[in-house]
Design a protein around this ligand. Structure first.
Ligand SMILES: [Ca+2]
Length: 372
């Protein structure tokens, strides 16, 4: 399961690991839903959504009306308002296409991955962002303990500091994925997840006095500079500019505070080092290989790893808990590292070693270029 998100757009933050489990590419069949739901006439088969079709009558779907009832009974939403909302929601074929995994057979390549993010435009934008929001970054460090370079690294990798937040209507994305997910083995689980996110976005919009249809984001419904899924917004995001609402799309301060809050909630501990390079003993591969990525956590001491054949040229504190990291690099030898709990906190943001390492590298590149 590890790293299935490797070659996908990074606008998938905070999706659970199973998001990109291997899907078949069968045509989307919408079972047990009325064919009257089709808005356009391009569908060729009953109950099948053709690739060019787009229907907007979600409100006629049984599963949608059940969801509406749930939102009414559980959270007191007005039935007619939800009916209006879903009659305005669109099925988006491109969302269904994007949620499918990339073509198989591509090898993982750390060098290629890091080059996507460790590049001049992102570094320059990061320098400007750091200068402009230095006060907020300092405050995030003092309140949450997260260093500026980590927050700057994440916001750079995610959206180039807000430049590419995604233009897909969140309600459309989550309605499409919540009720018309493509035919896959884990379809029911995935639809349940996206319906929960839809529930969360409606609650978030109400709490922050926003029109849910005005929210745009990634194809998976991630929002704002830090690309939080709605559930993560409600659990971890903070109003860091004090204007009384959480707005991750227009308030860089809210984005900064929310990234810091997220990492604190996911195990970040002040002042831990992040990573150390290590060397592996190929003759004991059967002992250390099973230690990679079993859990996204730092659970071993270096003493334990040494016994399995892992050594480091650097001095690693004997009481520091670490986890073993592998970065496959195309035709080049795989790189091995160990990471502390802080490294693994970043992988909770996006479940990939490559992602976390790219965040750290970008943040450090920007930090090293700042005027003292
Ligand atoms: Ca705010």
């Amino acid at each position: 399961m590890r790293f299935l998100i490797f070659f996908l757009s990074l606008t998938t933050s905070l999706l659970p690991a199973f998001t990109f489990a291997k899907n078949s590419r069968h045509a989307l069949k919408v079972k047990s839903e009325p064919t009257t739901a089709h808005h356009h006439k391009k569908s060729t088969k009953k109950g099948t959504v053709g690739t060019e079709s787009e229907f907007t009558n979600f409100v006629q779907w049984k599963s949608v009306t059940e969801f509406i009832d749930h939102m009414h009974e559980q959270h007191g939403f007005e039935l007619h308002e939800l009916a209006t909302l879903f009659s305005n929601a669109s099925y988006l074929e491109k969302v269904v296409k994007l949620i499918n995994p990339p073509a198989a057979g591509k090898s993982k390549n750390w060098t290629a991955y890091r080059q996507r993010f460790h590049e001049p435009v992102r570094v320059r934008s990061g320098l400007l962002f750091w200068d402009k929001y230095e006060t907020e970054l300092r405050r995030a460090q003092s309140e949450f303990g997260i260093p500026p370079e980590i927050i700057v690294g994440i916001l750079g990798v995610e959206t180039i500091y807000g430049r590419s937040q995604g233009t897909i209507r969140v309600v459309d994305a989550l309605t499409t994925l919540g009720f018309a997910y493509p035919e896959t083995g884990n379809r029911e689980t995935r639809m349940r997840y996206f319906r929960q996110e839809l529930e969360q976005v409606l609650l978030y919009a109400r709490e922050n006095n926003l029109d849910p249809l005005s929210l745009s984001g990634s194809f998976a419904g991630a929002i704002g500079l830090p690309q939080f899924m709605p559930g993560s917004i409600r659990r971890y995001a903070v109003d860091f500019d004090g204007d009384g609402r959480i707005d991750l799309r227009n308030s860089p301060a809210d984005a900064i505070g929310s990234v810091a809050s997220f990492l604190t909630h996911h195990g970040w501990t002040n002042d831990l080092p992040l990573t150390y390079p290590v060397t592996v003993d190929k003759t004991t591969e059967d002992q250390w290989k099973p230690l990679i990525g079993v859990v996204l956590a730092a659970t071993h001491t270096m003493d334990e790893l040494r016994r399995a054949g892992i050594t480091s040229p650097l001095d690693i504190p004997p009481d520091l808990l670490v986890g073993l990291i592998d970065l496959e690099d195309g035709n080049h030898p795989t790189q091995y590292w160990v990471g502390s709990e802080n490294f693994f906190a970043i992988t909770k943001y996006n479940r990939s070693f490559y992602y976390a390492m790219a965040v750290i590298e970008l943040g450090n590149a920007i930090k090293s270029r700042r005027q003292p």
